[in-house]
Design a protein around this ligand. Structure first.
Ligand code: COA
Length: 321
């Protein structure tokens, strides 16, 4: 018994921001950004919210699956950029799409968030607690990025993706691995609201996203291949058995480094980061939706999904489409 993805959906803000547009904000160039990251443009919100984007992605995933919002039993939203602390984004999405029956809550594991949420849905659905789940990853990172910092503002984009899953006797998720290393949390971080109450003498100022790019790069190129090999071994597969490696879309050089370490041809690593940048927990479900709608995912194909990011968190899953 397992769970299977029955439908996918995604939503991106209307505004596209190119590297040339960023050259008007910070001292950078299209050449530098493309060479170091592979990113050419990204979608940036001019009013779309995490909730509006995620609700749109969820609606499309349900439509793609041929299911109604009222049937959804579990609604998980992975995000690290919610508009509100309370209520959680998942409850706002639940209200927006009319998923009246659903139990809804958020999950934050940064760029591994969608994968961790999918594994959470797997645990609930596979164990029989719920019959189905809508699992979304959504971000409006543009509100937590310092637009004067050329080291980070060039990397990120806004968007949301979602999948609808049901219990399945035939294929679906074959296995998961997940890891967290909180001792290395400082290499990629962003403050929430600071402690500012009447009893604090010197309230701290909050900071936007701060990153040690080289450390993050080294972590991803080392740990991601290891976790992919771990999940392949756990599920009795080898790299040759896998048709597509759907990785978190952080950086083209990271994906190239991972492919090289695994001795796998790059054409088995689909990429959309050139058009959307790094959308954290939205990256994997948006890419999955693009592949699904382009007809690139055929029944019986084996996929590896792999997410990694702040925390540090990372994980991988093998699934049969
Ligand atoms: N345009 C032009 N120059 C830039 C720049 C930009 N956007 N950003 C940084 N630079 C400069 C730096 O100031 C530095 O200049 P200096 O040598 O005069 O000090 C030089 O480029 C090299 O900086 P460095 O940070 O060492 O570059 P790098 O080769 O490590 O590339 C990243 C920077 C961010 C592209 C790279 O580290 C990376 O991709 N890391 C992973 C980030 C990531 O994916 N994070 C999310 C994971 S979920």
């Amino acid at each position: 018994m397992s769970i299977k993805i029955i439908g996918t959906g995604s939503a991106l803000p209307q505004k596209t921001v190119t590297n040339y547009d960023l050259m008007e904000l910070v001292d950078t160039s299209d050449e530098w950004i493309k060479e170091r990251t592979g990113i050419g443009s990204r979608h940036i919100s001019t009013g779309e919210t995490l909730v509006s984007l995620t609700a749109e992605a969820c609606g499309k995933a349900l439509e793609n699956a041929g299911r109604e919002a009222a049937e959804v039993e579990l609604l998980l939203v992975a995000t690290c950029s919610p508009e509100r602390g309370i209520p959680c984004a998942a409850c706002q999405v639940q209200s927006a799409i009319g998923a009246k029956q659903a139990v809804a809550f958020d999950l934050n594991a940064a760029c591994a968030g969608f994968l961790f949420a999918l594994n959470t849905a797997y645990a609930y659905v596979e164990s029989g607690i719920y019959k189905n789940a809508l699992v979304a990853g959504g971000e409006v990172l543009s509100k937590i990025v310092d637009w004067t910092d050329r080291g980070t503002c060039i990397l990120f984009g806004d968007g949301a993706g979602a999948v609808y899953v049901e219990k399945s006797d035939n294929g679906g998720v074959l296995g998961f691995v997940q890891h967290s290393d909180g001792t290395r949390g400082d290499v990629l971080k962003c403050d929430s609201r600071a402690l500012k109450n009447p009893y604090v003498d010197q309230p701290m100022e909050t900071e936007y996203v701060q990153m040690d790019g080289r450390e993050v790069f080294a972590f991803a190129v080392r740990q991601v291949p290891a976790s992919i090999l771990e999940v392949l071994s756990k599920t009795g597969n080898s790299v040759e058995d896998i048709d597509l490696f759907v990785l978190h879309q952080a950086n083209k050089r990271i994906i190239e480094g991972i492919a090289k370490r695994l001795s796998i041809n790059l054409d088995r690593f689909p990429v959309n980061l050139d058009r959307v940048g790094n959308m954290s927990s939205a990256a994997i479900p948006v890419l999955l939706d693009e592949l699904n709608r382009a007809g690139r995912l055929k029944a019986g194909m084996k996929l590896v999904l792999s997410g990694f990011g702040a925390g540090l968190t990372y994980g991988a899953c093998v699934m049969e489409w």
